[in-house]
Design a protein around this ligand. Structure first.
Ligand code: ADP
Ligand code: ADP
Length: 229
């Protein structure tokens, strides 16, 4: 359960306009922090920097106190599971899609891992479970079902850090709440960074950061932010 620290991060894409202006925040080990803010505020940029798709112009990003600029890409990827808004699934079974999350795993290993990672609540409601076909060959999964599979595929790697980048934003709010309940049930112990634009998505987070034009405008719990208006 590592912590995440953004320490005075300055960043702009290809030396264009500065997107993050000396951003600092911490996600304590095992806690869940949500980042909200208007479109273009820099929320997804934070996720991309954490994954080292880009490097900051200045400042440091630490995972468990260790500068991510000094760890290998493989060990970084092993630590962070990311679920984007529009996950792409293979035209194959759900089992295959989930096994893909564990490179080279055979079905038996994968099922064992799925049990260990407690991801079964994500797929048990599908009629054929792991054997359900995704795509034109089989059942047409709804958006919510697809995201359930995508989350399961990420969790099967058992990443200590989970990044949800608008992972439920495209869904109706009932489906979203349903998925968030399952997530809470299976990932209580993980360090979670959730990026969202809807407040309802992140009501359960331990702390909320409101980002505006690359700067922190507010931080607090959901209740505190509601009180401040
Ligand atoms: P958010 O997730 O809050 O909507 P983003 O982090 O995606 O915001 O984007 C922040 C700013 O960076 C926006 O102004 C966006 O246009 C710009 N931006 C995002 N990706 C790129 C890119 N690859 N190249 C240049 N500018 C980008
Ligand atoms: P990671 O290594 O983090 O699992 P990848 O970069 O391999 O991510 O893949 C990113 C996304 O694209 C994943 O959701 C994966 O399922 C999907 N993807 C990768 N390759 C293909 C492919 N050939 N066809 C369809 N989807 C793919």
């Amino acid at each position: 359960r590592p912590s995440i620290t953004f320490d005075n991060i300055v960043f702009g894409y290809e030396n264009e306009r500065t997107i993050l202006h000396g951003l600092s925040f911490e996600v304590e080990a095992g806690s869940s922090v949500a980042i909200v803010g208007p479109s273009g505020a820099g929320k997804s940029t934070i996720a991309r920097l954490l994954f080292r798709f880009y490097d900051p112009a200045s400042g440091r990003i630490l995972i468990d106190g260790q500068d991510i600029a000094r760890v290998t890409q493989e060990s970084l990827r092993a630590q962070i599971g990311i679920v984007p808004q529009d996950s792409v699934l293979f035209n194959d079974t759900i089992g295959y899609n989930i096994a893909y999350g564990r490179e080279g795993a055979d079905e038996e290993t994968m099922v064992a891992a799925a049990r260990a990672a407690a991801i079964l609540p994500f797929i048990e409601r599908l009629p054929d479970g792991f054997d359900t076909e995704v795509g034109e060959r089989g059942l047409k999964l709804s958006g919510g079902e697809k995201q359930r599979v995508a989350i399961a595929r990420t969790l099967v790697k058992d990443p200590p850090i989970l990044v949800l980048d608008e992972a439920t934003s495209a869904l109706d709010s009932r489906t979203e709440q349903d998925i968030l309940r399952t997530l809470k049930q299976v990932s209580e112990h993980r360090t979670t960074l959730a990026i969202a634009h809807r407040l309802s998505t992140i009501a359960d987070s331990d702390r909320i950061l409101v980002l505006d034009q690359g700067r922190l405008a507010e931080t607090g719990t959901h209740a505190e932010l509601l009180r401040k208006g």
